[in-house]
Write a protein that binds this ligand. Structure first.
Ligand SMILES: [Zn+2]
Length: 378
């Protein structure tokens, strides 16, 4: 039994709480005109669009050289590319899309908005802002969908020869004749998520905006992109998926290389990873993605000194990952293993050897399981 004074005290507290809950604001209410609110909303959408475009531009500039120089690591997963992206107003949706369209000065005719460094588009003298009038002699009609433009390019690029583009630059009409280059066919896409995460699904690579903010250095972001490209190139996703399905767990398998940090513990995959089948492969696959990812980096000409520091930074972000070993290598293991691979690549560079990872023969001797023999040119 409670003493009577306790009852009255809790009753008094409850009354006080009710009073507090009912009390309204004590300062004068703001007086905001609708027009002012609308103008401020547009200002904020502009800020969002600017930031989004900064992220898109950075990802394009970093992803393209990794895909182009790393083509020898991607086996048959290649596509012809000019290294440029174009947008038109009708490709974008909603108010936010309209704001981005104004920021980029888009119209209903596609125009070049991104050109990757070292790309065929750059070499051919194409400029940001050029409006595309014709692709390979076929007209680009105003107001048509993104798919219609993609079809025109696909038809022209499939031949593997130069494609003639008729462009409007300001008031001038100019022609360019870029020659497509074979690059890894895994687009590197920005994911509008705050979590510090990155993943691959076998066909594409996804980098969250949280990861873009986290990786202040371009070299570290390139390490993350290279790691994810390596998952696709080494066909880990198919293998893991097959394995997880065999273990009775379905669903989309996200890369969990960074999920181990607890930043993204995801849904389907963490459950699948808990299954013995999938878990036994994860450590090996993560190590391999770190390993091959560094080759993507090296081939694109990155300085490798300090590349492994990303694991120190991620550990600082989430200390759980330092010694929390479940289905993944820990951050100290990853850091040290990457340092070893970096030393090996430096030897290869000094000896002028091709920058390709060594493939260890499958101990089972089963050719079917040999990892990616087709990844290397003959
Ligand atoms: Zn991974």
């Amino acid at each position: 039994m409670r003493p009577p004074f306790a009852l009255s005290l809790s009753a008094a507290l409850a009354a006080l709480f009710l009073l507090a809950a009912c009390a309204g604001p004590r300062t004068p209410a703001p007086n905001i005109a609708d027009a002012d609110a609308a103008a401020e909303a547009e200002k904020q959408r502009e800020l969002f669009a600017e930031r989004l475009w900064r992220d898109e531009s950075r990802l394009w500039a970093l992803g393209y050289p990794l895909r182009a120089e790393g083509a020898a690591l991607c086996g048959d997963d290649l596509q012809p590319s000019l290294g440029m992206r174009s947008l038109a107003l009708q490709y974008l949706e909603g108010e936010q899309g309209a704001t981005l369209g104004r920021l980029l000065k888009l119209s209903d005719r596609p125009q070049v908005v991104l050109i990757a460094p070292g790309s065929p588009a750059e070499s051919a003298g194409i400029e940001i802002g050029d409006r595309i009038l014709e692709v390979g002699g076929r007209p680009v009609k105003s107001g048509r969908s993104a798919e219609a433009l993609a079809d025109l390019f696909d038809d022209s690029l499939a031949a593997g020869q130069g494609v003639t583009l008729k462009l409007r630059r300001g008031t001038e009409t100019v022609y360019a004749n870029p020659v497509p280059r074979q690059i890894c066919s895994y687009p590197v896409l920005l994911k509008d998520e705050d979590k510090v995460n990155a993943y691959a699904d076998g066909e594409s690579v996804f980098i969250t905006r949280g990861m873009m903010r986290f990786t202040e250095s371009d070299q570290h972001l390139a390490v993350v992109i290279g790691h994810e490209l390596a998952h696709n190139a080494m066909e880990h996703i198919d293998a893991k998926q097959g394995n997880a399905v065999a273990a009775g767990a379905g669903g989309l398998l996200l890369d969990i290389g960074l999920a181990v940090l607890g930043i993204n513990t995801g849904g389907a995959f963490m459950k699948a990873a808990a299954q013995a089948g999938a878990a036994t492969y994860s450590i090996g696959f993560e190590q391999e993605a770190d390993h091959v990812g560094l080759y993507f980096l090296a081939r694109a000409g990155y300085e490798l000194e300090g590349a492994a520091d990303i694991w120190r930074l991620l550990a600082a972000e989430n200390p759980q990952a330092i010694d929390h070993r479940r289905s993944h290598p820990t951050t100290p293991e990853r850091f040290l293993a990457m340092e070893q691979v970096i030393a090996k690549i430096k030897e290869q560079r000094d000896a002028n050897e091709p920058l390709l990872p060594e493939i260890v023969p499958d101990p089972g001797g089963d050719d079917e399981n040999t990892l990616l023999p087709s990844a290397y040119p003959n």
